[in-house]
Design a protein around this ligand. Structure first.
Ligand code: GLC
Ligand code: CA
Length: 518
């Protein structure tokens, strides 16, 4: 396991993702905040995580849940203030928990000073050069036909006739990364937060910073020029002890992906291949092998992600007839079997915890929260929903506030009405009720994380011979077996069972179950 005293602690770390506005509300306004998080730090220490990754906490009009950043050097007043953020970082450190913050380099907010100045200064100004403003084509058409990732054209026209590019919502204007001022500004922002003690930087939408605007095709991901940006970021983080970068790149091509993990670029990146695959032994094995062959030879630790604030909750996903995931097909409204889903989510969690490298756990994953698929339309906020004309219900269903205690909403989230309603039947999913139950999802995560810390480090794995439909490998002192066949299977003789995701049946490992053996 990561030695927290060295500068590469992140190689095998278990990192817990806090979506601040849905974690815990300290002041009763229905929105999670730093006061709420500080009060719940002991819970995270007991859960056994090494670090917290916080989604953007900056002042934001919240057109995209904080990914529309209006000021990169401050905290949104609904979350707290800078002094409180510093107090939180220190308090977490005292409990042995490090902090990773989210930096959003591709785009800012239309409410940010820079953008307001760019609008005022007009075409041809240095202020406009910080963004991607262009003249349109004849006939009132935008500069090209690119579509935004959040639906609709990727261009919005301003009063003087020019258009600006936004790969996401119109409230998120893209920066011009060919402008040295932008490069320098982000260097200063990195230093601002590293100086305040943050231990890591999550780089949002890391592959899309550079675009060739005269391209007819939407070729805006993974431009070669982006690597120089991360070399610069790496030089800065290397000036500080024990800090690291983790990139968010949704890229199908693993060889291109690995380029971001070269020794002078990011140390780590989220591995989304694993969460995209269906619940099938050959699929998962292929994903694990692919991940290891991309990472191990270049010395980068793999990461394992079962969920985050952008994807369907595992319990719901794994209960569906089609268990794969893709952003293009979020499968809203597809029928799901929650019992089967939970069983598989438990097995997947123990499997992911046994794999070499870093682990990310998204808040509520450890409680087995399902996707909330029946949120009332008028409460949905995700721009994916707002801009889809009702065809995509978006990502709010995995962002519902955490149930902490009690028998009815708001389940101890805070004194006020949560910004998204919690299902009334979450009373058995609260932290309080799961803490009292040794067989709960929470107990599985706590036990797994503890054992993982004792037995496992970064490194690699050795596959064992096994029947079709079974994943079996050894890691240091531990053997991990996941049974994805339709029936129960025998365990190897003379082994001590350390942990299972479901009880053994007459000494056999049942279907959709993972066991850790010694
Ligand atoms: C990343 C974030 C997502 C956000 C998008 C635009 O994918 O994870 O939540 O909407 O970037 O910033
Ligand atoms: Ca609050």
């Amino acid at each position: 396991m990561a030695d927290t005293g060295t500068d590469t602690w992140w190689r095998g770390a278990a990192i817990y993702q806090v979506y601040l506005r849905s974690f815990a509300d300290g002041n009763g306004d229905g929105i999670g905040d730093l006061a709420g998080l500080r009060a719940r730090l002991p819970y995270l220490a007991e859960l056994g995580v090494d670090a917290i990754w916080l989604n953007p906490w900056y002042p934001s009009p919240m057109a995209d849940g904080g990914y529309d950043v209006a000021d990169y050097r401050a905290i949104d007043p609904s979350f707290g203030d800078l002094a409180e953020a510093e107090a939180y970082i220190e308090e977490a450190h005292a409990l042995g928990i490090r902090t990773i913050i989210d930096i959003v380099p591709n785009h800012g907010s239309d409410q940010q000073d820079w953008f307001v100045q760019a609008l005022a200064a007009g075409p041809g100004s240095a202020e406009r050069e910080r963004f991607l403003f262009c003249d349109g084509r004849e006939g009132g058409l935008p500069p090209n036909d690119w579509q935004s990732i959040f639906n609709g054209p990727a261009w919005t026209q301003v009063a003087d006739g020019q258009w600006y590019l936004h790969l996401f919502a119109p409230e998120q204007p893209d920066f011009n990364w060919r402008n040295p001022e932008v490069v320098e500004e982000f260097h200063a922002i990195l230093r601002f937060w590293l100086d305040r003690g943050v231990d890591g930087i999550r780089i949002d939408s890391a592959a899309v910073l550079f675009k060739d605007l005269d391209c007819v095709e939407e070729s805006y991901t993974d431009h070669d020029d982006v690597h120089e940006v991360y070399r610069g970021w790496r030089r800065i983080t290397d000036e500080y002890e024990g800090r690291f970068l983790v990139g968010e790149m949704w890229m199908p091509d693993q060889e291109r992906f690995a380029l971001y993990l070269r020794p002078d670029e990011m140390q780590t990146a989220f591995n989304f291949d694993f969460l995209s695959r269906s619940w099938d032994a050959a699929e998962l094995r292929a994903s694990i092998d692919l991940t290891l062959t991309t990472h191990v030879p270049i010395g980068a630790p793999p990461t394992w992600v079962l969920s985050n604030h952008d994807v369907t909750r595992p319990v719901t996903k794994y209960g569906r007839p089609d268990t794969s995931f893709s952003h293009q097909d979020r499968k809203h409204g597809m029928q799901t079997d929650p019992v089967l889903g939970e069983r598989r989510a438990r097995a997947a969690a123990l499997l992911a915890m046994a794999l070499p490298g870093g682990l990310y756990v998204y808040q509520g994953e450890e409680l087995g929260l399902p996707e909330v698929e029946d949120l009332p339309d008028h409460l949905l906020q995700d721009p994916l929903w707002v801009r889809s004309g009702g065809t995509d219900r978006g990502r709010d269903g995995c962002r519902v506030p955490i149930p902490w205690s009690g028998k009815e909403p708001p389940f101890g989230f805070g004194a006020g009405t949560p910004w998204l309603p919690q299902p009334a039947d979450w009373k058995n999913l609260t932290v309080e009720s799961q803490q009292a139950d040794q067989n709960s999802m929470l107990a599985l995560y706590r036990d797994g994380l503890k054992l993982r810390r004792t037995h496992l480090g970064d490194g690699t794995l050795t596959w064992m011979d096994s029947a079709e439909g079974v994943l079996a490998f050894t890691r240091e002192s531990l053997t991990c077996i996941t049974n994805l066949t339709a029936g129960a299977m025998n365990l190897p003789p003379h082994t001590e069972v350390l942990l299972t995701s479901a009880p053994l049946e007459e000494g056999k490992l049942p279907t959709d179950t993972t066991a850790w053996l010694r």
